[in-house]
Design a protein around this ligand. Structure first.
Ligand code: NDP
Length: 434
């Protein structure tokens, strides 16, 4: 920790992964040789840069931009950009570190990276958003490229922002290769990319439940968040016959005992994606209960899908979920469950999927977007969705391979960590000390 002062999220992520890997490494000591562990926790490169732009009132604003190029052992750096006031070096390093193992799990050749800025898009006009994205891309472009580093969206960066940034990068480089994923369909995007993380999370839950002879049909589901991941998790959970009873955002939680319907989801999408509104407005529109400032975890459910942000399920929240009989928790967001919460779930024998397994569908489909653009081909919705399902099944299999315990239960945290680690570590060992 003295090498990474003031980086609690990064220390948390590294500690969790190394602790879960430790028994495996003890049994396979070649993974402790050649400084492998010291190298794997040190990002290959960190870029921090000034983003200066002019707001609508003519005032100059200065934000801090980042790109963490964590590991390129198995392919170009790949990972999203986050625009949120909470963005800092610690959070982006934790995300880039996790991304490395997640990307390895997808079966596709992608290294790990992450980036973003401490810019708050909330309340900014469309013109300000475009100028900020262009200013950000003016520096970012010199560090990225289709065979170097391929960013994508994350919190606060959706299709609109990716469009502006990839447009600026294309203008500066005079090249149209795949430098961003999550692009619009007309300029190199892939069908199913917007849906992929939410869909993939639910496909993964389906695999976990099937493995213990159960299904989502008729189960009560709590979703947190109301952004990209949450919306498509809700859609797919409904398609599997589940009843989704909560959503949230940073202003509070909506509880709807009648459950979501496709009509209600369309209203949520309009409020969140078109009007950039709050979930309180949604509650008013559909006549549901709005609990200001609260998170969803006290609502009794069978399945919890945290799809908002890191550390949103505390140890106490986990205890409440367990007391209320939760059987499965799958992370749609990155590290939404605090370490203590994960321990509680494991202790209570709740099926628990870490984000690097359950939310890997998004980056996997980004990998498919890269493939399509490189081949100059365009796959149908069915084709991409089938590949996504296949990848989620493969990730589940990898978790079984490395996470199945003697009593037949599966520790998905260990399974995902070891499977991802082995692929990256083998590639690093084969390429020598660099
Ligand atoms: P969006 O920006 O679309 O949505 C984020 C949602 O989380 C919003 O409802 C937002 O509410 C809420 N939220 C953000 N910060 C906080 C906070 N501090 N407290 C409470 N609520 C908060 O992002 P995505 O849906 O794309 O991403 C959600 C999570 O999933 C992130 O952890 C991301 O890293 C992860 N992820 C996303 C992937 C993707 O493909 N999109 C892929 C893999 C992981 P509000 O509007 O009030 O801010």
């Amino acid at each position: 920790s003295e090498r990474n002062p003031g980086q609690p999220e990064y220390m948390q992520a590294v500690t969790e992964v190394i602790e879960s890997l430790w028994p495996f490494i003890t049994n396979n000591p070649r993974y402790a040789e050649h400084g492998l562990l010291d190298r794997i926790v040190e990002p290959e490169r960190v870029v921090i840069f000034r983003v200066a732009w002019v707001d609508d009132s003519g005032e100059v604003r200065v934000n801090r931009g980042y790109r963490i190029q964590h590991n390129s052992a198995i392919g170009p750096y790949k990972g999203g950009l986050r625009f949120h006031p909470s963005v800092n070096l610690s959070i982006l390093k934790f995300l880039a570190f996790e991304q490395t193992f997640k990307n390895a799990l997808t079966t596709l050749p992608m290294g790990g990276g992450k980036g973003g800025a401490d810019f708050d898009p909330k309340g900014r006009s469309p013109g300000e958003i475009m100028r900020f994205c262009q200013a950000f891309a003016c520096e970012l472009f010199r560090h990225v490229g289709s065979d170097t580093d391929v960013p994508a969206g994350d919190i606060g960066v959706g299709g609109r922002e990716v469009g502006y940034m990839s447009g600026m990068v294309k203008k500066l480089t005079n090249r149209s290769d795949c430098v961003f994923t999550g692009k619009g369909i007309s300029f190199g995007g892939s069908l199913v990319r917007p849906e992929a993380t939410g869909y993939g999370t639910v496909y993964f839950v389906d695999e976990m439940l099937k493995h213990v002879g159960q299904s989502l049909e008729g189960l009560r589901v709590a979703v947190s968040g109301s952004g990209n991941v949450a919306q498509y998790a809700i859609e797919k959970a409904m398609a599997f016959g589940a009843k989704v009873v909560t959503i949230s955002d940073s202003s509070g939680t909506v509880v709807d005992e009648d459950g979501f319907t496709p009509e209600k989801l369309a209203i949520l999408a309009e409020i969140k994606n078109v009007l950039y509104g709050r979930v309180g407005e949604y509650a008013e529109r559909v006549g549901a209960r709005f609990l200001s400032g609260e998170r969803p975890w006290h609502v009794p459910v069978d399945v919890a899908l945290p799809c908002a942000t890191q550390n949103e399920i505390t140890e106490d929240d986990a205890s409440i979920l367990i007391k209320n009989g939760v059987i499965c928790v799958a992370e749609g967001a990155n590290m939404p469950c605090a370490a203590g919460a994960v321990e509680r779930f494991e202790h209570a024998k709740v099926l628990f999927a870490p984000g690097k397994a359950s939310n890997a569908g998004g980056v996997a489909t980004s990998g498919l977007e890269m493939s399509q653009q490189a081949m100059r081909l365009f796959w149908t919705h069915e084709e991409v969705d089938a590949r996504l399902q296949e990848i989620m099944r493969a990730i589940h299999q990898a978790c079984l391979r490395y996470g199945e315990k003697e009593d037949g239960r599966v520790n998905y945290v260990d399974g995902a960590n070891i499977a991802g680690f082995v692929k990256v570590a083998d590639a690093m060992l084969a390429q020598g000390v660099i």
